[in-house]
Design a binder for this molecule. Structure first.
Ligand code: GLP
Length: 236
């Protein structure tokens, strides 16, 4: 595991974008695992700028997102599908049919989750998975639990996650209580992982996740067992 500390969010974003750009350049047909939340926004901006400068081509790239709130339509202002459209997909030359976000409106959630895992396998697995980290150590919506949950599934949000994500919804009551989350199986099967953590609020959890014991109480700690993880942390 490589842990890189940088002094600014701008540097974090540039460095993160460098790794993703290198992946897409070396293997245009890459499968990128993508994340939402505030942390990746700067990386997405960088990637858009590089695409607009003619340095990057996403026409053969496929993306699979980590998660989606249950009950939010794709065009809901806080849905992760809409987040991805607005922050990345609408501004690059990716084929919309090659962008996958779990369907939070699926009537049969178990079938949706099983199909999501199958799709990742059928795509040949994820080449590079981008992750943020929650203050409780969650990745995707894999919250602290008694075991590491392997499959993609409908997950309950931890109260601290609901509180943290209330900033996007205006009030905690409006934050959905459940989400479809890619499981640890697909995440750990990714060939490379890039985790970004930004701001002083993440310092403690970065320390616990990557220098503490491996435990499902700190879900990101499982990444210590992955052979190719880069963590970029900025305290800004
Ligand atoms: C959400 C997402 C996570 C993300 C986390 C941290 O809960 N499901 O994938 O990593 O928020 O978000 P932020 O980067 O805004 O702190």
């Amino acid at each position: 595991m490589k842990i890189i500390s940088v002094e600014s969010y701008r540097k974090l974003s540039r460095l993160g974008a460098n790794l993703i750009a290198a992946q897409v350049t070396v293997k245009p047909r890459s499968v990128l695992g993508l994340a939402t939340g505030s942390s990746p926004v700067g990386i997405y901006r960088e990637l858009i700028a590089r695409y607009q400068a003619g340095e990057l081509d996403f026409s053969e790239t496929t993306t699979v997102n980590l998660d989606e709130y249950i009950g939010l339509a794709p065009d809901h202002p806080q849905s992760y599908r809409r987040f991805m459209q607005e922050n990345l997909f609408d501004h690059i030359n990716i084929d919309p049919a090659k962008t996958f976000v779990p369907n939070g409106l699926a009537t049969d959630l178990d079938a949706e989750c099983a199909a999501y895992d199958r799709r990742i396998v059928d795509l040949g697995g994820i080449d590079l998975q981008l992750l943020g980290i929650g203050v409780d150590g969650h990745i995707g919506f894999n919250e602290p639990a008694d075991v590491f949950e392997k499959p993609t599934r409908a997950a309950d949000l931890h109260p601290s996650t609901i509180a943290a994500n209330a900033r996007f919804f205006g009030r905690a009551d409006d934050v959905p209580r459940r989400a479809v989350s890619m499981g640890m199986g697909a995440i750990m099967s990714a060939r490379k992982i890039l985790l970004i953590a930004n701001g002083p609020a993440k310092k403690d959890i970065v320390e616990r996740a990557f220098h503490g014991p491996i435990t499902p109480r700190v879900p990101a700690s499982i990444l210590q067992l992955h052979p190719d993880v880069t963590v970029i942390f900025s305290e800004e």
